[in-house]
Design a protein around this ligand. Structure first.
Ligand code: GDP
Length: 404
């Protein structure tokens, strides 16, 4: 059986960044790619050098139109970052990219809080059952306020925001966060590493109070945590982490982090949260075909993959696929259930920000790009010719409401 032992599925995170236009999705994505070492040059949104916005039309318009997936590594995990269009005109693309995600970071502007479009994308993600963590961005801006932003999340999106960080400094003076789970300060200076230290004396009381509120909110929603809380009147960091993971994956709570994508290394605690709380492909329900046939996330099962994006790249036509089940091999013949014909897989690429790495095969749970497919379109199911199926269509999407 072709499993890749260096990369067990439990270390894969297929995630997207969801946001209202201008909340900072592109900047956050760039910082993630920078922090994970896949780009060595900082992409800046304004000069058109960003990695995920690679379509010229997209650069011209300054918005993200086409989804692309980029793989990067963090703390022994592989993050497949799926770019979701943030513009209301591309609801189909948002919908399709939401289908292939296992989890997402929802980015909010710390001044504006929840905006109409963040609300509609959030509801779409609800319909697809995408577990989310929230990142309140732009804490460096004048007028930024975490508590107000959290309140708008509670009021408009989710009754249980679980705030796991306390900002250190305000606006221009924002220099880091208190991690309320580990009860430590994480601070950074421009270009420097994230430094770990004790909670500053001036914030100690507030941090303890907020940690208490977090424990209570978690215990209220998580039976095992409640038991420990009743016994010991507190929760250990390990229990808290495990409960936050469960609540994120079940959708019963939303972990809220904060920061500023302008303070580049400050994105690292967000990556730690992605790894800690968002699910791997093994943690999400098995995919189903239209006839109800279930396909487990298992490299040995028959192939079931979904093409979610087709791009004309410099190396030819690239078909981005999410492999749900089985293994897709270089040179193999697959059945395109959309076009009702067989196709030959030319090359398989792991798409990175700086280069594409050729692969011999890709297994269930992974997201890769295929070269050489002629007929596959976004939405096509690719499967084993002797075990054909059409992947279940997405739940009926309500149209994304326009932003006034
Ligand atoms: P997108 O439309 O959601 O992809 O947002 P962008 O990443 O393009 O950001 C929108 C604007 O906000 C750009 O001018 C960014 O430079 C700016 N921006 C992004 N992140 C931050 C941040 O952390 N702080 C501040 N002050 N501005 C930011």
């Amino acid at each position: 059986m072709r499993t890749n032992h260096l990369n067990p599925l439990s270390v894969v995170r297929n995630l997207g960044v969801l946001a209202h236009v201008d909340a900072g999705k592109t900047t956050v994505t760039e910082r993630i790619l920078f922090a994970t070492g896949t780009t060595h040059k900082r992409g800046e949104v304004h000069d058109g050098t960003t990695v995920t916005d690679f379509d010229p039309q997209e650069r011209d318009r300054g918005i993200t139109i086409f989804a692309a997936a980029v793989s990067c590594a963090w703390d022994g995990h592989r993050l497949n970052l799926i770019d979701t269009p943030g513009h209301v005109d591309f609801a189909d693309e948002v919908e399709r990219s939401l289908r292939v995600l296992d989890g997402a970071i929802a980015v909010f502007d710390a001044v504006a809080g929840v905006e109409p479009q963040s609300e509609s994308v959030w509801r779409q993600a609800d319909r697809h059952g995408v577990p989310r963590i929230a990142f309140v961005n732009k804490l460096d801006r004048a007028g930024a306020d975490l508590d107000t932003a959290v309140e708008s999340i509670r009021r408009r999106l989710h009754p249980a925001p679980l705030v796991v960080q306390l900002p250190i400094g305000r606006e221009d003076g924002f220099t880091g966060v208190v991690d309320l789970v580990g009860m430590r300060a994480l601070t950074w200076t421009d270009g420097g590493p994230v430094e770990e230290g004790p909670v500053p004396g001036a914030l100690r009381e507030e941090a303890l109070g907020r940690r208490r509120l977090l424990e209570e909110a978690v215990a209220e929603r998580h039976p095992a945590a409640l038991e420990e809380f009743c016994d010991r009147e507190t929760l250990s960091a390990d229990t808290l982490t495990a409960a936050l993971r469960d609540l994120t994956r079940s959708g019963d709570g939303v972990v809220v982090l904060c920061g500023s994508a302008y303070r580049d290394r400050g994105i690292e605690p967000l990556l730690d949260a992605v790894v800690a709380y968002l699910p791997s492909p093994l943690d999400v329900p098995a995919v189903r075909g239209e006839q109800g046939e279930e396909r487990p996330c298992d490299p040995a099962a028959p192939l079931a993959a979904l093409a979610f994006k087709v791009n004309a790249g410099p190396t030819g036509r690239l078909t981005y696929v999410r492999v749900y089940s089985g293994t897709i091999e270089k040179g193999a013949t697959v059945w395109d259930a959309g076009a009702r014909r067989t196709e030959r897989v030319g090359r398989i690429l792991r798409v990175r920000a700086d280069r594409h790495a050729p692969l011999e095969w890709a297994v269930a749970g992974d997201i890769v790009a295929l070269v050489g497919l002629k007929s596959a379109r976004a939405g096509s199911t690719l499967c084993a010719p002797d075990a054909p199926l059409v992947l279940e269509p997405p739940s009926a999407a309500e149209p994304v409401v326009s932003v006034a």
